[in-house]
Design a protein around this ligand. Structure first.
Ligand SMILES: Cc1cc2nc3c(=O)[nH]c(=O)nc-3n(C[C@H](O)[C@H](O)[C@H](O)COP(=O)(O)O)c2cc1C
Length: 199
């Protein structure tokens, strides 16, 4: 993420799918475009394909290997720097994809007292079951999840070849979610500065 002024909110958009041939980047690029066009937000697109993390964790109290430290170095500082997150997730077997949960689990303070918004996609349910389960996971990590969600049901029919949704209501929904994310992001950033979160 480029250097941004103090009043601009740094939002990390996380692409939750790592599948070969995945659709996720289409959705992520669309919401990242919305963020880029706002004057009050800046975007960092975190693609879990480019920042793979192992699924084997070190024992409690044991430091990760140098290789894992290097892998974490490609993603953890970016999550730490973010004031807010947008998770772009499909639905796998009525839940979130395993690589997304793995990336969540490798981190802790990076999520604390920060807001998380969601853009989901899937079949008839539009990925919403993944979102509702992520809310439970992120509450454990002291994150605040945003009420409004943007979801695409039957996602394969929702986007044109230009990567934009056919239905302009999706842009209205994106703005509403990002407005809420910005409110919480600014409020929590100010609060963390006055009173560092440590409870
Ligand atoms: C392992 C797996 C499980 C899936 N389970 C669901 C599901 O429960 N609900 C759903 O709407 N779509 C499901 N799908 C279909 C996905 O919505 C679709 O494959 C979508 O393209 C996945 O996102 P991606 O292409 O970015 O990986 C599943 C796909 C996979 C690969």
């Amino acid at each position: 993420m480029a250097d941004v002024t103090e009043d601009v909110l740094r939002a990390a958009v996380i692409i939750g799918s790592t599948r070969d041939g995945r659709f996720g980047p289409v959705v992520a690029d669309w919401i990242a475009g919305h963020i880029t066009r706002r004057e009050d937000m800046a975007v960092d697109l975190v693609d879990l394909v480019e920042t793979p993390l192992p699924t084997v964790f070190p024992a409690f109290g044991q430091a990760p290997s140098d290789e894992v430290v290097a892998q974490l170095g490609a993603v953890s500082p970016r999550l730490a720097r973010a004031d807010a997150f947008v998770i772009v997730t499909p639905e796998y077997n009525h839940s979130f994809p395993a690589p997304l949960k793995n990336a969540v689990d490798w981190h802790n303070e990076q999520w604390h007292a920060k807001p998380v918004g969601f853009v989901s996609y899937g079949g008839l349910a539009g990925g919403l079951r993944a979102v509702e389960q992520l809310r439970v996971v992120l509450a454990e990590l002291h994150a605040v999840t945003i009420r409004n969600t943007v979801s695409f049901h039957n996602y394969g029919e929702a986007f044109g070849a230009d990567g934009k949704p056919y239905d302009s209501a999706c842009d209205v929904a994106a703005k509403a979610m990002l407005d809420q994310l910005t409110w919480w992001g600014q409020a929590l950033r100010e609060a963390r500065r006055v009173r560092p979160y440590g409870v």
